[in-house]
Design a protein around this ligand. Structure first.
Ligand code: ASP
Length: 355
């Protein structure tokens, strides 16, 4: 009965490539290193609901034990890096993650890495790691929208699928991935789009890179032939880069405040195609003249911010972020300044070259 159902499934898959995992194929199991950082996926609530919980609390080992069948997919080793809600995620944890992942692959300790993480800033961690890791092995971030005690908790299923993706040979050379709710996303395009729904991660300018279900990992395109060269993790830590959020009736207060706090860069979460009031743009232009890196992004959530459309970037010395949202534009600006890339034209080239 089961065999017939499987055959039917295979036939109905038509021209799609159904890629078996190593576990399915009966070959040696891949070694997956799980790095736990906290988040809702590691939380318990008082009641069996999604309301009233603190992100973090359950350890990586406990998380693994809660997912039946994981041991059949891979040989898993879990390590605890932090146990925080990702609203508290910070560059110290990013540095620890980057160093541990590099070490694990350099020492041939793992074939893939899964990072359990809160969903709020998951895209920023994924994007940071993607920019600093040269790895061709899969690195997958995963989280959940509901605590482990909620009715229909989504964590165990997401974790199972994240391990499946990290264990798949098809996932190599694709950069750092996010797996949530049966979808696989790339670090540049993915963003959290819904405050509570389990279907929260999306790519507003396109779709996911692929799909995963308990039987298969499917990518919609081949892995890119080459990946961009990684940036170094800056020795002295990441410089301060502030995001200023544009709105009606905007004055220059946020920009003055960023300068007072010695920001080396400012990212504008602009209205429309990265615009802001005259007062804000004048203050940003004067900041750029003083050597502060000013990057125009948009609060809209989809589309591109292009050069010299409504705002003259050539005249003001601004940089545009294209499709990078403000939070990711901030991470790239921090990494660039930390690597000694400060001039507007060089920063712009780096934003151009991040595909
Ligand atoms: N605040 C939580 C976090 O980002 C939310 C979640 O994980 O979904 O850690």
């Amino acid at each position: 009965m089961q065999t017939m159902a499987l055959a039917a499934l295979t036939l109905s898959a038509g021209s799609y490539a159904v890629i078996a995992t190593a576990a399915d194929a009966g070959t040696a199991k891949p070694r997956i290193l799980v790095l736990a950082t906290g988040g809702t996926i590691a939380s318990t609530g008082d009641a069996r609901s999604a309301i009233g919980y603190n992100a973090g609390g359950v350890t990586g080992e406990q998380l693994m034990a809660s997912v039946p069948g994981l041991d059949k997919l891979a040989n898993i080793k879990a390590e605890q890096i932090s146990n925080i809600g990702s609203q508290d995620m910070n560059s110290k944890v990013w540095y620890q993650l980057a160093a541990r992942i590099k070490q694990a692959f350099d020492r041939n300790e793992a074939d893939g890495v899964v990072i359990t993480h809160g969903t709020d800033t998951m895209e920023e961690t994924a994007f940071f790691l993607d920019n600093v890791l040269a790895t061709r092995q899969p690195v997958v971030l995963v989280g959940s929208m509901r605590p482990s005690t909620a009715v229909s908790a989504d964590g165990p299923g997401n974790l199972y699928e994240a391990v499946e993706v990290a264990a798949s040979a098809q996932s190599g050379n694709r950069g750092v991935l996010i797996v949530m709710n049966d979808t696989i996303h790339g670090p540049r395009w993915v963003t959290k789009t819904h405050t509570t729904s389990v279907q929260t991660f999306g790519n507003p300018n396109g779709g996911p890179l692929g799909y995963v279900d308990p039987a298969s990992v499917r990518y919609l395109t081949p892995a890119p032939a080459a990946r961009k060269p990684p940036l170094s993790v800056p020795n002295g830590g990441l410089p301060r880069v502030d995001i200023v959020y544009a709105h009606a009736d905007m004055d220059a207060t946020q920009i003055d405040d960023a300068l007072r706090h010695n920001a080396k860069g400012i990212v504008l979460a602009g209205v429309g195609d990265g615009n802001a009031s005259k007062a804000a743009l004048d203050a940003l232009a004067s900041a750029a003249k003083q050597g502060v890196v000013v990057v125009r992004s948009s609060r809209v959530g989809s589309g591109f911010v292009n050069r010299n459309v409504e705002v003259s970037d050539d005249k003001t010395g601004f940089v545009v972020s294209y499709d990078l949202n403000p939070q990711k534009a901030r991470v790239l600006t921090q990494l660039l300044i930390g690597n000694g890339v400060n001039s507007a034209d060089k920063v712009q080239k780096a934003f151009d070259a991040t595909y």
